[in-house]
Design a protein around this ligand. Structure first.
Ligand code: FAD
Length: 468
């Protein structure tokens, strides 16, 4: 339990310093080494090496996770893509066809998902029906059983409570629609230039605990940057407390993951008959090659691994919630739902067995008052980032941006709910800790994205090895 976030970040930092500092004369690096040299080998002097993560993810987890995410329960995500941007008015909507999102017709989504009021056990069925009725009424109806009232109060409390890191969409809004994630995959859309930079800029400049005076390196919206800004930035980043540094790395990891995806599913060719999507090595190199990005690319890839480890840890912690006999991945197809639950539990047990988990207990572990303030700041910054997603001008990017921030927010909620999860009863409703279907779908799909990125890095590594 001694190895916490701080430990992990410290180790990542140590590798970073080692790899950017004392290098001896060596033969010129290959294209693959220029992207991956800092992202391979031992991350530290414990057993934490990238290759173990790669092997674990690419061969044990990734195939099973993909299968789970193809199931009806996980492929339909309800989202409101029409919420106005709360920060500025001049959003230029991306008119490209690849930015469009095709929502589901109502008959495409299984009834069991649209109306979660049917469950396989009568007891669960009654409880959910009563809870949904109470939620519709917007208050706890006194005619409900005492047990249900308690559950509704707890769930409502938790749904808008201080434990939520994300500003959840109002999925009851008539503007919210189901989207089939398999039919709207995250890939290259052509959303780029000042509009996209503005979003990333606002996220980093105003929401990553960064003072205005310090500039991010290679920031396209800031002119006249050079080496001195770069070193100021990193000494500022290293000087931050571990939590704030971790916050920056999580966002940077998410950014890197999105950019890995768009490079891996790039529009390679378009004819009037078909479009061909695939790996664009040049695009990948421009974003992650150590020389072309002045050392930034490999750092970003390490942040991606950091994000992977955080989400992996959250999944390992939330197992008791899913293990309860009452928990169902309900779609209305009983046999499939049971099989999917078995697959989900198999995946979670596999994750639990991962040997390199870190202990997040050192996070916010300082002085109690200060820790509370820090956690609150952290949560507010994260909620702000989830609201910024409503300003993304490309609907496809907005969809996946929202889903991934909600998924990461859910992972953080889990990590900071350890005591509540420990109190989850082996059977019966879980009063103190609850995840909505939206949170479950976003949590697993968001992790599926990072897991796919890690797998794609192996593909790019292989492709780059053939380049001299
Ligand atoms: P950008 O990726 O826009 O980055 C801007 C600047 O930030 C860079 O110049 C660099 O200085 C810095 N930077 C880059 N990566 C990192 C990192 N990992 N950590 C820290 N700093 C970094 N495009 C698609 O084609 N498909 C998508 O699905 C998609 N989804 C998106 C979702 C969101 C929420 C946003 C804001 C954008 C999305 N985009 C998507 C656009 C894409 O992320 C890039 O913005 C775009 O391709 C332009 O890339 P760029 O090379 O100009 O730099």
């Amino acid at each position: 339990m001694a190895r916490g976030w701080g430990f992990l970040i410290g180790l990542l930092g140590a590798v970073w310093l080692l790899s950017s500092g004392h290098r001896e004369e060596q033969p010129p690096e290959t294209a693959a080494q220029r992207c991956f040299c800092q992202v391979s080998g031992y991350l530290d002097d414990c057993t934490c090496d990238v290759e173990t993560i790669d092997r674990f993810n690419n061969y044990r987890l990734f195939p099973r996770l993909q299968k789970l995410l193809e199931s009806d329960y996980f492929r339909y995500y309800k989202v409101n893509l029409k919420r106005p941007c709360p920060f500025w008015n001049d959003i230029s909507q991306c008119g490209r066809r690849d930015c469009a999102v095709k929502p589901c017709q109502s008959d495409e989504v299984p009834d069991g998902i649209k109306s979660a009021s049917y469950k396989y056990s009568e007891e669960a069925n009654n409880l959910i029906e009563e809870c949904e009725q109470a939620e519709r009424l917007g208050a706890v109806d006194e005619s409900l059983s005492e047990e249900t009232q308690k559950a509704v109060l707890q769930w409502t409390k938790h749904d808008d409570s201080s434990d939520n890191f994300c500003e959840a969409d109002d999925i009851q809004s008539p503007e919210a629609e189901y989207v089939d994630l398999l039919l709207n995959p995250e890939r290259y859309t052509g959303y780029k230039g000042p509009d996209a930079w503005k979003i990333w800029n606002v996220i980093y400049e105003e929401n990553c605990f960064k003072p205005q005076t310090i500039k991010r390196p290679l920031n396209p919206l800031a002119s006249g940057q050079g080496k001195s800004e770069e070193s100021t930035f990193y000494s500022w980043l290293e000087g931050l407390c571990v939590e704030k540094r971790a916050f920056y790395r999580l966002i940077s990891g998410l950014h890197a993951s999105i950019n890995v995806h768009l490079s891996a599913r790039y529009l390679l060719q378009e004819t009037w008959l078909e479009k061909k999507w695939g790996h664009n090595i040049t695009e990948f190199q421009q974003r992650f090659d150590g020389i072309l990005t002045e050392g930034e690319g490999p750092r970003r890839l390490k942040n991606l691994y950091f994000l992977y480890l955080i989400e992996l840890r959250a999944l390992s912690k939330v197992l008791p919630f899913f293990e309860r006999p009452d928990f169902q991945l309900f779609t209305g197809n009983k046999i499939q739902d049971e099989e999917n639950k078995m697959l989900l539990l198999e995946i979670l047990h596999e994750i639990k067995s991962f040997p390199l988990h870190f202990d997040e207990n050192s996070f916010f572990a300082g002085d109690k008052k200060e820790a509370h303030k820090l956690k609150e700041d952290f949560r507010l910054h994260f909620r702000n980032i989830s609201r910024i997603m409503d300003c993304v001008g490309c609907f496809k990017c907005r969809l996946w941006g929202k889903l991934q921030t909600q998924g990461l927010g859910t992972a953080l909620k889990i990590l900071f709910s350890e005591k509540l999860i420990a109190n989850i009863p082996e059977s019966g409703p879980s009063y103190e800790f609850h995840l909505t279907r939206q949170e479950i779908v976003s949590l697993f799909n968001a992790f599926g994205r990072i897991s796919t990125s890690v797998k794609e890095l192996e593909n790019f590594r292989n492709l780059l090895q053939n380049i001299h």
